[in-house]
Design a protein around this ligand. Sequence first.
Ligand code: AMP
Length: 300
Amino acid sequence: MRIVTSIATMQRQARQWQRTGKRIGFVPTMGYLHAGHMSLVKRARQAAGKSGGVVVSIYVNPTQFGPKEDFSKYPRDLKRDLKLCREAGVDVVFTPSDKEMYPQVGSSRRDDRTARRAVPTKFSTYVVEENLSRTMEGASRPMHFRGVTTVVAKLFNLVLPDVAVFGAKDWQQAAIIKRMAADLNFPVRIIVAPTLREPDGLAMSSRNKYLAGDLRRQATVLWQAIQIARAAIKESNAIPAAKLKAGLKKLIEDEPDAKLDYVGFFESDTLLTVSKVKRGTHLALAVFVGKTRLIDNAQM
Ligand code: AMP
C-alpha cells in the first residue's frame, strides 16, 4: 500500500492508472476509520475490480468546520487507519497536509478556514451547490457544504476516480455530491452505500468516540426516533409532518442530555420538504448528545 501526501504524486499515480486502463475507485474520509468506512472501501474494490486501483483519502478538511465546531478536537489515529486500509487491500492512502490543500501566505491554519476574512491566502476558489444545501445540515452549519463540495471537487481532480463511494449516513451530503458531479461534468459515478450501525442501532461515526458513560446510551435515541416514526407510518397512511416532529422532539428531549437540532421529512431524491409523511418519505435528524452533535437518517 502506498501512502501519498503530495498532490503532485497523487495526480501522477492517478494519471498512470488512467493511461494503463485501470479503473479507479475512491473513498474520501476524514479518518478515524470504522467498519462503516471499511464497507465503502469494499464497495469501491467491487466497483474498481481486482486489477483496479482503490484510493482512500484521509483528510480532516478545515473548510467544512464552523469556527465553533470540533476541527481541532476531531479524533485522529493515522497509524490505526493505515493498518485497517492495508488489511482491506487499499492501494493508495492519500493524506495531504492543510498546506498542500489550501496554500496560503503565512502558516496560521485559522486564516484559510475563514476565507471570508481578508487574509493573504493563495486559495480563493470555492464550489458552491446552491439548492440542496440550503436545508437541514446546510441551515444548521453555514458554509459546511461549501467546504465539502470544494474539497471533494479538489480530490476528484487529484484522484481521477471512475467511481466514488459515499455513505447513506450523510444522505444530504451524498445528494449534493451527486448534483455537483452532474452539474460540473465530473466523469465519475457516485455510489451511495448503506449506513452501518452498532448492534443497538447507533449509526457508526468517528464522533461516537466522544460519547462517554451514559451519553453512549442516550445516543441510541436517534435510532429510536427512526423506529418510532416508521412504526407510526406503518399504522396510518399519512401523518402530518408537524405532528410527527413534535412527538419525536419530545422523545428526544426526554433524555437528560439530548437536544434536538432539527428533524426533517423530505423526498429521498429531491430533498424537497413534505408536509405529509408516508411510506417512502425520508427522515433526517441532528441531535446534540452532551456536546456531541450526531446525525442520522432513514427512509420510512
Ligand atoms: P467521514 O469520515 O465521517 O467524513 O465519512 C467518510 C464517508 O464515510 C462518508 O461518505 C460517510 O457518509 C461515510 N460513513 C460515515 N459513517 C458511516 C456509516 N456508519 N456507514 C456507512 N458509511 C458511513
